[in-house]
Design a protein around this ligand. Structure first.
Ligand code: TXE
Length: 492
């Protein structure tokens, strides 16, 4: 058993209480490492360490260019360690090794991009309307940023917060998910090695229901950047409101992949399959609803089921595996529960529909790739986020109906459109109420392009130019250049 420690104020420590918890391999169902189980006292120490580092000239007074250089060094170390981190993530989290290697080899780009941006944040000179006064703005960091991250893409979703937060000059208190803390702690070593001053990045491991609210409401925390489930996101938002803290929230979705009658069918089949079965459906952008034009519905469903059947399920550490396990025990129960709900609602089961127990799955937590057809838009399986390999296929008759169904959930994270018509592509990209619209592709993300949700899918944007603004605040500076002190009892 490997035994991890957490990172507070530049030191690798156990929880003050001495408690730890075991982290399990979803493929074998066995524990492989222990992780410190932080309590509120550890959070206090980490928040204070982050505050101290923020105020220390070693971080607070270095130039933005120097901050960028640290981020670039981190990017290089990350690239060197990509495959090692991929192995750890696959063991701890059950993500496919092929996907993790790709993700980790790409991840340094976020740090390079925000490193480049660090010294391009500029204030403005305002051509102020008052004579004898010079007015300009400064863009300043917020202070201590709490990053609370989930288990489904642990390092990527943390990177989307850490890279811009650090580029902007903040310090960070990061709480990874209790289901995926090992890779976060390995990441911490790389921050240390890159030369970030102690306390700039602190990693506190533990359970959300034990320390989450203490982090969010902590007086030393100036902003909360959260990715997770929408119920938890709502409570984070409510709690942050009590101390008037800004938040960014990324809360998942019920994204529609819309297949029109003029789509290239083979491409659309691949797009729908990748949208829902990649990462075993455990992604915020999962295309968990396929909306299919009625004229092609039977042919599309037949091709979809035939292709989905070929997906190779099994050991996530094998290069040729396509569908891995469900990451957590509670999530396995949740996914199976939704399959029961869909059956009870009267949806037609066209593929899968139970826990996968074939030899390739060992004792792992697998769910068969599952497709429900003849789903109506008001069913729970068409409205609620399952976060597993379960697809709801819904027929539609015309474009207006497709838009109404696609927009007819509380979420608005992403949507896919499959069509050969440029007019339809543009109309759909305008009328779909989602933060990302993909046309004839799915699941593409980049450090350059903003990502975030409409409606209940979240607040704020990650990646791209605007993301750094989420970690800055604007200050207005007024300087009298007239030399005359005006009447103090009249507003200038
Ligand atoms: O998420 P939680 P869970 C969805 C998905 C999944 C469901 C539950 O539908 O089935 O959420 O997953 C921390 N205050 N998504 O339970 O609880 C927690 O420790 C502060 C969508 O894993 O939201 C972890 O670090 N923090 C999603 C983080 O919140 C708290 C990704 C996320 O965990 C807290 C993951 C509290 N009171 C799940 N309670 C997406 N948007 O991609 C927990 N946490």
């Amino acid at each position: 058993m490997k035994s991890y420690r957490m990172l507070i104020g530049g030191e690798w420590v156990d929880a003050a209480s001495g408690q730890s918890f075991e982290t399990e391999n979803p493929f074998t169902g066995t524990a492989w490492a222990t992780i410190p189980r932080a309590g509120t006292e550890d959070v206090d120490r980490a928040a204070q360490a982050a505050r101290k580092a923020f105020e220390d000239p070693a971080w607070g007074q270095i130039s933005a260019t120097a901050r960028g250089a640290l981020l670039r060094r981190f990017a290089d170390l990350l690239a060197e360690n990509a495959d090692r981190l991929a192995d750890i993530e696959t063991r701890d989290n059950g993500k496919l090794i092929a996907e993790m290697r790709g993700q980790l080899r790409y991840m340094p780009q976020w740090y390079h991009y925000f490193a480049g941006l660090a010294d391009k944040v500029e204030g403005r000179v305002i051509p102020i309307d008052k004579p004898g006064v010079f007015n300009f703005t400064r863009e300043e960091p917020l202070g201590v940023v709490a990053a609370i991250t989930p288990w489904n893409s642990p390092l990527m979703l943390a990177t989307w917060k850490l890279a811009p937060a650090l580029a902007a000059g903040n310090t960070v208190l990061w709480k990874p998910s209790e289901f995926s803390s090992a890779s976060a702690l390995e990441f911490g070593r790389l921050f240390e090695e890159s030369g970030f001053p102690p306390g700039v990045v602190n990693i506190v491991t533990g359970f959300g229901n034990e320390i989450g609210s203490h982090i969010v409401s902590h007086p030393q925390v100036d902003k909360v950047a959260f990715t997770g489930g929408d119920a938890t996101g709502q409570s984070v938002y409510e709690l942050a409101a009590k101390s008037i803290k800004p938040v960014t929230l990324e809360l998942g979705g019920k994204s529609a992949n819309i297949v029109f009658e003029d789509a290239v069918l083979d491409d659309a089949v691949k797009g729908v399959v990748s949208g829902i079965f990649a990462a075993s459906g455990q992604t915020c952008i999962a295309g968990s609803r396929a909306l299919v034009h009625r004229s092609i519905y039977p042919a599309f469903v037949e091709a979809l089921v035939a292709f989905a059947k070929t997906a190779r399920i099994g050991d996530p550490s094998r290069d040729d595996t396509q569908v891995g396990p469900i990451t957590t025990r509670p999530q396995l129960a949740k996914v199976l529960g939704y399959i029961d709900i869909a059956k009870a609602e009267g949806a037609t089961l066209a593929l899968g529909g139970k826990r996968a127990t074939e030899a390739a799955c060992g004792d792992g937590w697998f769910v068969e790739p599952t497709i429900f057809t003849d789903v109506s838009p008001d069913m729970r399986i068409a409205q609620e986020e399952v976060f597993g390999p379960v697809l709801a296929v819904i027929p539609f008759d015309n474009d207006e109906e497709a838009i109404a169904i696609a927009n007819g959930t509380i979420y608005g994270l992403a949507a896919g459109v499959w069509t050969q018509s440029i007019a339809r592509a543009l109309t759909m990209s305008q009328r779909l109420r989602a933060g990302t619209v993909w046309v004839n592709t799915y699941r593409a993300v980049s450090y350059m392009s903003p990502f975030g949700g409409f409606k209940r899918s979240g607040i704020g944007r990650e990646s791209g130019l605007s993301a750094i603004r989420e970690y800055l605040q604007e200050k207005s500076v007024w300087i009298d250049i007239s030399g005359n002190v005006p009447n103090p009892f009249v507003q200038r």
